[in-house]
Design a protein around this ligand. Sequence first.
Ligand code: NAP
Ligand code: MG
Length: 398
Amino acid sequence: MAKISMKTPIVEIDGDEMTRVLWDVIKQKLLIPFIDLKIEYYDLGLKSRDDTNDEITVKSAEAIKKLGVGVKCATITANSERKKEYDLKYLLPSPNATIRAILDGTVFRKPISVNRIKPSVNTWKAPIVIGRHAYGDVYKAAEMEINAPGKVELVYTKKDGTESRIKVADFAGSGIVQGMHNMDDSIRSFARACFLYAIGEKLPVWFATKDTISKIYDGRFKTIFNEIYETEFKEKCAAAGIDYFYTLIDDAVARVVKSEGGFLWACKNYDGDVQSDMIASAAGSLAMMTSVLVSPSGVFEYEAAHGTVQQHYYRWQKGEKTSTNPAALIFAWTGALAKRGELDGTPDLADFAKRLEVSVLDTIEEGIMTGDLAKLSDPPPAKILNSWDFIEKIAARL
Ligand code: NAP
Ligand code: MG
């Protein structure tokens, strides 16, 4: 059989632990036999990031900017234990945060649905996609402990030296204080990324904040989102048959669990952090959640939502063939290949990606699955396989 050819390379970003082990199996069994893979490879394994003073991470993000499509394996975010474990020189920042900052992206998380895994919310008929703003708010906040009575103010000093100030609180005793920020440009990018994604996937857009309480801060999010919709996307949304709906965050949460699903839920940074784990676990499993970073300039990076599955890796190192679920890793590849095919006008590649996805889904629907899904499967599984045998089954079907 002739292999499918590619026009433009995909940026391949390798990672750590169990996902790195499976990454290679996926390539060897499911991709290389069928595709004449064109890739630009970056090793973001922890040691390689440390050896290059993290330059490799910056280079990989620059490469995605240049080539337009990347696929990333899960990576360790270093902490003091990892520093010892890997004998590191530095405590490097999260590679995902570094890449996100360079690509100015919004992260979209979508569950992979199979009939055998029923969502805990029985009204959901179609997946709910979370679009998480990935800049600012509590993640870039300044915090202070107050230990004695006194006054806390916010002070803004303009470039010309003029100041404006506002009282936060008078402290009668000890307490805490926090200052958050966001940038209009970042909120605009977030809104654009959400509408672009929603139009591509033909999903209605929901957005929610707490603008009744936070009139300036959350109010600005509401205003900018609405402006971007009205001025740039209203007609395009209408043409795609989708609409835009704004409500308060508590109302949104209540509606989500009564909805039929099938929409994009645009969330501020913290809401997205919390709600994406709720959606993932209510939809089945973290191992069945895909993630794509979309930048407003039209650049895409695909990955699995889960981490490196550390505990499975230690068992694998002792010789166990673990039953780690490779589905989200495979879907990271299919997402990237399909997007590459779409951007390059190479339908064979996009078609292959679709077939590979169907092969994964049909294998699970037939009752053949990994251990994590076995616990959730209704009806119960026919066969529980280790990752290697599971991938062989997918390859045979493909
Ligand atoms: P994790 O790797 O997502 O794993 C947490 C647990 O979830 C696992 O122990 C496993 O449960 C289950 N799980 C996750 N993915 C699975 C899969 N594909 N198949 C079967 N079970 C799966 O999270 P973590 O252990 O908190 O983090 C490990 C490392 O990953 C950390 O160093 C962290 O920095 C990194 N991380 C990276 C990313 C990323 O690169 N995008 C994201 C998150 C975390 P059982 O043990 O019960 O089987
Ligand atoms: Mg989280």
